[in-house]
Design a protein around this ligand. Sequence first.
Ligand code: PLP
Length: 389
Amino acid sequence: MNDRTYLDHNATAPARPQAVAALGAALAAAGNGSAIHGEGRAARARIEEARGHVAALVGADPRGVIFTSCGTEADALALTPAYARGGEPLALDTLLVTAVEHAGVLRGHRFPPERVELLPVDARGRLRLDALDEALARHAGAGRRVLLSVMLANNETGVLQPVAEAARRAHLQGALVHTDAVQAAGRIGVDMNALGVDLLSLSAHKIGGAPGAGALVVADPDLRPDPVFAGGGQERGRRAGSENVPAIAAFGAAAACALRDLDGEIGRVAALRDGLESALRCEFPELVLLVGDVDRLPNTSCIALPGVPAETMVIALDLAGLATSAGAACSSGKVGPSHVLDAMGVPERIARSAIRLSFGWSSDEADVERALGVFRRVLPGLLRRARAA
Ligand code: PLP
């Protein structure tokens, strides 16, 4: 990877050395976390240590952490109409989600499509609180119980949502509140209590853990979403299936590093991102910076070179040694118009040219220099072809 520059942390961050070590140690050891022999108890200890680190990353009670296989499964576990609290059934009627959520959330996971309502965002991609108020009042007036899901940070633009304010308003109307914090965790401070949410999703491979682990964190351990599948009693009966001990151990190690380094990393990573953005804008005045003027993650940049299709740009940059992504690239390498930019009302010519650069723990000044060199080599030719077309 030496001659390559990786600016796609929002798709998958490189695994941190501490996570690789934890993964290897757990993989080398036998033991099922439910077994009572010594090896099983050692596996259990690894799981519980990781649970503590993951809970600490978001300021939660470790008993509220339910390990899953990924962020998508955490979202699927949260987005169900069937809950129980203190053993009593708690049925939800309607799911409200913002129009810029990640794919699975947008489709409502286990809610039937006719019970999912999309909430509009403003031109910068933030939930419109007036529309939220209207929807909450309408459903409460009709006696319908609501689950609201608002992501903390957008994966394509990095824009931060007013989750705490949305949760406050939703709770006043008796709703439950979920936030997908997959992109925010480890990049900004996340405190479940300060946000006031009931449920929060995480994914290990976005913070430098290994793919194969995620978590749904429940603020009140007595609140139980209906399990996604039936089986053994793992995770206090909330998520059946033998735990992926190596991936969970790596998740815990990554969470511990992310929390330990967070204060310094926010400024360091933002300086790298801002440095590249301003150099690019200075050298290529045609370049459009989407959502530069709003609260956003320190690591994410969404830029467009109008007239140059995003996929053409991503391929050209890749061939020159720079990994970036177009639109919601984590969904299968497919490239299509972004529903996020569409919901924000970004003109199609710009939206079709938008690419994402995302930095992280492994990024440094040398990455910025190399990335700038690649842009200098690649963009003039792309611009010439776009002008001639
Ligand atoms: N939520 C958001 C905001 C994401 O960006 C992603 C992945 O990119 C997911 C959920 C899904 O996470 P996972 O890849 O662990 O399933």
